[in-house]
Design a protein around this ligand. Structure first.
Ligand code: F6R
Ligand code: MG
Ligand code: MG
Length: 364
C-alpha cells in the first residue's frame, strides 16, 4: 500500500564455494529461488531477488515487516540451511560455512549471515542500489560512502543541488567499544574522517538526510568474533537509495571508480584493491581475489523489485578494473611482507605465536 513503509533486507551468507572459494555453483541460487517463489506466493515476502557475489549467496527481499523481523530472519536462515544441504550433496567447498549456530534464535544477529536492512516510505520513483562484496572484510564501504555523501569532488550535487546542500548524517559504529555515534557533514567532516579513515575499527553503519530520511545502510557483523576463530571474511553488503535529493545513481557509482585498498583477499589476511565487476565477473580466482564488488540496481514499485540492472557491467568501469589489476600486480610482489600481508594483530590466523615459542630457547 502506498504510504506504508517498505523494508529492503539484504541477507547474505557463504554456504559453499565452487570451485574452492572462487564462485557459486548454479544449483545454489536455483534452490534459493525455488523456496522464495513459494514464500512469495504465501505472502511472506513482497518480492525477492537472488544473486551471488563470488562464493556468497545474496538474498534481496522486500516486505512490510520492518527491520530485524523474526519471520524474515527465520525465512532467510531456512533458505541458507536448505541451500547448504544442496552444497553438502554436491560436496561443495566449505558447505554451510557461515551458518555458525545450530538453532535459529529469533534473529540473525550473531549467527553468521550478514544483514543490511533499510525501511522507508517509497517515493514516486524509488531507485535503489545494492552493493555486495566478496573477499573483503567489513569497513570496505567507508571510503566510497564518504566520497559519495560528503566529497563534492565526487558528488557535485552536494554543491549544486538545493536538496542535498545541507549535507548528511553518518552513523558510525566503534567496533571496539560496541558504541555508535552520529556525525554531520560537512561541519564535522574532519572528525568523521578521523574515525572513518580507521576503517578496521570504525564502520559507517548508516547514513540519513538531516530530516531523518534513510539514505544508506551497511551490514556490520563480524564473523571471527561470533565463531571465535577464522571462518571467512564478512563480505559485507550495502544498500543506497538514489536520486531526487539523494546522490544520483552516477554519483554513487562514481564512489567505486577508484579501486581502493581493502582488508581481505587471500586467507582474509591481505590488503588488495576492491575491483568493481559485473555479477558474471565476481569470480575471485587470482590469489583468491582480488576483492570484488558488484552492484544491482532496482526500481521499487509498491514494494516490488524491478528486474535487476547489473550496474558495473559497463565499459566505463574498465579503467577501474585495469587499475585494480595493476595494483594487484604491484602489491602481490610484496609476497609475505607487510603491508600486503596484514600486521600480525590484524591477521585472521597466524603461525607466529608457535614460531616464537619454538624459537624461545634460542633467543638471547
Ligand atoms: C575464503 C578465502 C580464502 C581461504 C583460502 C584458504 O573466503 O578468502 O582465501 O581463506 O582459500 O582456505 P582453506 O583454509 O579453507 O583451505
Ligand atoms: Mg568461501
Ligand atoms: Mg565470500
Amino acid at each position: 500500500m502506498p504510504g506504508e513503509k517498505v523494508t529492503l533486507s539484504v541477507i547474505k551468507a557463504d554456504v559453499g564455494g565452487f570451485v574452492g572459494h572462487s564462485a557459486m555453483h548454479p544449483h545454489l541460487p536455483k534452490r534459493a529461488r525455488a523456496i522464495l517463489a513459494e514464500e512469495k506466493k504465501d505472502g511472506k515476502v513482497a518480492d525477492y531477488c537472488v544473486t551471488h557475489c563470488g562464493d556468497d549467496l545474496e538474498l534481496i527481499l522486500t516486505h512490510r515487516n520492518g527491520e530485524g523481523d523474526e519471520g524474515i530472519h527465520r525465512l532467510a536462515w531456512e533458505v541458507f540451511r536448505s541451500v547448504a544441504e544442496t552444497a553438502r550433496e554436491l560436496a561443495l567447498y566449505g558447505a554451510g560455512q557461515d551458518l555458525l549456530k545450530a538453532e535459529f534464535g529469533g534473529s540473525l544477529d550473531g549467527m553468521g549471515p550478514g544483514v543490511a536492512e533499510i525501511s522507508f516510505i517509497e517515493r514516486k520513483s524509488e531507485p535503489v542500489l545494492v552493493f555486495m562484496a566478496d573477499k573483503a572484510r567489513r569497513g570496505v564501504w567507508n571510503l566510497p560512502l564518504y566520497k559519495v555523501f560528503a566529497d563534492p569532488f565526487n558528488t557535485p550535487g552536494l554543491v549544486i543541488d538545493n536538496y542535498m546542500h545541507e549535507g548528511f548524517e553518518f552513523e558510525i559504529l566503534d567496533t571496539q567499544a560496541g558504541k555508535s555515534v552520529r556525525m554531520r557533514t560537512p561541519e564535522e567532516s574532519y572528525d568523521l574522517l578521523a574515525l572513518a579513515g580507521f576503517s578496521s575499527r570504525f564502520i559507517v553503519k548508516s547514513i540519513s538526510k538531516r530530516d531523518g530520511t534513510p539514505a544508506a545502510v551497511s551490514s556490520v557483523s563480524q564473523l571471527s568474533k561470533i565463531a571465535g576463530r577464522y571462518v571467512g571474511h564478512e563480505d559485507p553488503a550495502l544498500v543506497v537509495r538514489a536520486q531526487a535529493g539523494l546522490p544520483s545513481v552516477g554519483e554513487i557509482l562514481e564512489g567505486f571508480s577508484f579501486p581502493h585498498l581493502v582488508e581481505g583477499w587471500m586467507r582474509g589476511s591481505h590488503i588488495g584493491p576492491l575491483m568493481p565487476v559485473s555479477v558474471a565477473h565476481s569470480t575471485p580466482t587470482r590469489f583468491d581475489g582480488p576483492p570484488r564488488v558488484i552492484c544491482l540496481g532496482f526500481q521499487l514499485a509498491d514494494g516490488k523489485l524491478s528486474e535487476p540492472r547489473d550496474m558495473f557491467d559497463d565499459i566505463s568501469f574498465d579503467t577501474a578494473r585495469k587499475a585494480a589489476s595493476e595494483a594487484a600486480d604491484y602489491i602481490r610482489r610484496h609476497g609475505p611482507f607487510e603491508p600486503h600481508r596484514l600486521a600480525d594483530e590484524k591477521m585472521e590466523y597466524s603461525t607466529l605465536p608457535g614460531i616464537i615459542s619454538k624459537l624461545a630457547p634460542r633467543m638471547y
